[in-house]
Design a protein around this ligand. Structure first.
Ligand SMILES: [Zn+2]
Ligand SMILES: [Zn+2]
Ligand SMILES: [Zn+2]
Ligand SMILES: [Zn+2]
Ligand SMILES: [Zn+2]
Length: 479
């Protein structure tokens, strides 16, 4: 490295970021000092530059002499006869020149740029070596040894595409030539193996033609199937169109049907509601009438009950509308009519059943009447069994009392007491007794037994007083 006679400077001829002090420049090579040495006279030089200077100086002194001495001897020799290139101060002793390590460190700390203009790197001078190992813009030699210098980042591209020493595949590789040849040998290989390459090419061509034929066939087949598919698609499209038309028609029909149904439903609703209303109104009226009728009946019944609870013997039963009563009995609709009374103010309670058309044995011939003993309020204070005579009198309603001929039926219980005349344990004793031939129908419609269609039946309990029958003269009040 020590090139004392070389024209290349010994110092650091770098691209410094900042201009460097004169102190740090070698006065022999005029660049930054490499391995600085300081002379006794206070001047700094590159170690190599100063050594070179001294060598040249000695050579001039010892004309014709060849020096092939190592550094130590060389320096020993010069000790006698060399001087500072700046001020010609004699530097005779080794002590006159010594290494200046402090300045050396200072210089190594100066900032420089990378020598490659394409690289942006800057750093201390001492880091330059390390940087250059990795600098992508540094020129490096081709590792194949072709002798080319290439920027480091393009070395791969050089090897792959340019380097004549790179082994590459024969251009006929796809035809079957498996040879790997250096790029520079390719021409020679092509010329020397023309017939082989031709054979490869022919065989490959044949294979390719066969494949092409097969492919052509497949294309034809595909074309055919494609055609039939297209036809099918067309048919389906048409079908879909027809279907959607049908759907549209159906939709329209449904809509129409719906709307007509809706209006029909509405009409029916209106009709129903109005007929319901009228029915309700009619029924309300009917109900109101029926209720008022019932009310008057209830009133009448209440009056009757009040009257009856005050009735005592002799009990007079006035049966109005007798012909209708008789008709209902004949038709079996109302075979008998009913009444009840007390025998005296605190007496027995008796029930009466009148059969206008006769009881079972006297149907259509006689009027029958029966009496029953009911549970009464005064039973506890009365003598039992009941032993009183009951006299039924159908009144002949002649105005002239002397001409009356009443029809009388007597039920005598005094001598032959009823087996069922004991004190009632239920509402009424179960068995009855009476007169089944009270008055015959023939007689009934003669004389004036029926006056204004009214029959009057008097019931006496106790001894019969025939005189009293004629005292019921004031019938006009009843009708
Ligand atoms: Zn120098
Ligand atoms: Zn000097
Ligand atoms: Zn660089
Ligand atoms: Zn190369
Ligand atoms: Zn080949």
């Amino acid at each position: 490295m020590a090139e004392g006679n070389s024209e290349i400077p010994c110092g650091y001829d770098e691209d410094f970021v900042n201009p460097i002090d004169e102190d740090l420049q070698c006065s022999i090579c005029y660049v930054a000092i490499r391995e600085p040495v300081l002379t006794r006279c206070g001047h700094r030089f590159c170690k190599e530059c100063l050594e070179g200077h001294m060598s040249r100086y000695s050579y001039m002194l010892e004309l014709g002499f060849e020096f092939e001495l190592d550094f130590e001897l060389d320096f020993e020799f010069q000790r006698q006869a060399c001087s500072c290139p700046i001020d010609r101060e004699e530097l005779v002793d080794r002590k006159d020149v010594f290494p200046d390590k402090a300045t050396g460190r200072k210089i190594l700390s100066l900032f420089i740029r990378c020598p490659s203009t394409a690289c942006d790197w800057t750093g201390e001078l001492r880091e330059k070596k390390d940087h250059l190992v990795h600098c992508e813009s540094k020129l490096v030699e081709c590792p194949n040894g072709c002798g080319s210098c290439v920027v480091r980042k393009q070395i791969e591209s050089h090897i792959d595409n340019e380097c004549p020493l790179t082994a590459i595949s024969c251009p006929y590789a796809s035809m079957g030539c498996t040879k790997k040849i250096q790029r520079k040998e390719i021409e020679a290989h092509l010329q020397s193996t023309t017939s082989l390459h031709l054979a490869f090419t022919c065989s490959t061509f044949k294979e390719t033609t066969e494949k092409l034929d097969a492919l052509q066939k497949q294309v034809e087949e595909l074309k055919t199937s494609n055609y039939s598919l297209n036809a099918k698609i067309e048919a389906q499209k048409q079908e879909i169109t027809t279907l959607s038309e049908k759907v549209d028609t159906q939709k329209r029909e449904w809509t129409a049907a719906n709307s007509s149904l809706d209006s029909k439903l509405d009409a029916q609703k209106r009709e129903l509601s109005s007929s319901l209303n009228s029915v309700v109104v009619t029924h309300r009226r009917e109900w109101a009438a029926a209720i008022s009728e019932l009310d008057s009946k209830v009133d009448f019944q209440a009056k009757e009950i009040r009257r009856l609870t005050n009735e005592t013997s002799p009990f007079v039963w006035k049966i109005t509308g007798f012909n209708e009563v008789l008709q209902l009995a004949r038709e079996g609709i109302v075979p008998r009519i009913y009444n009840e009374f007390y025998t005296e103010k605190r007496g027995y309670k008796l029930s009466l059943r009148l059969y206008p058309d006769g009881d079972q044995t006297q149907r259509n011939r006689y009027v029958s009447v029966f009496v029953g003993i009911m549970k009464g309020q005064y039973d506890p204070i009365l003598p039992w069994p009941f032993r009183q005579q009951v006299t039924f009198t159908v009144i002949d309603q002649q105005y002239d009392l002397s001409k009356r001929r009443n029809e009388v039926g007597i039920l005598n219980t005094e001598n032959t007491p009823w087996r069922f005349s004991g004190r009632p344990t239920s509402e009424e004793n179960p068995d009855l007794d009476g007169i089944d031939r009270l008055i015959s129908h023939k007689v009934l419609f003669t004389r004036r037994y029926l006056e204004n269609d009214t029959l009057v039946l008097k019931v006496d309990v106790g001894p019969h007083d025939s005189q009293s029958d004629n005292s019921y003269s004031d019938y006009d009040d009843w009708y």
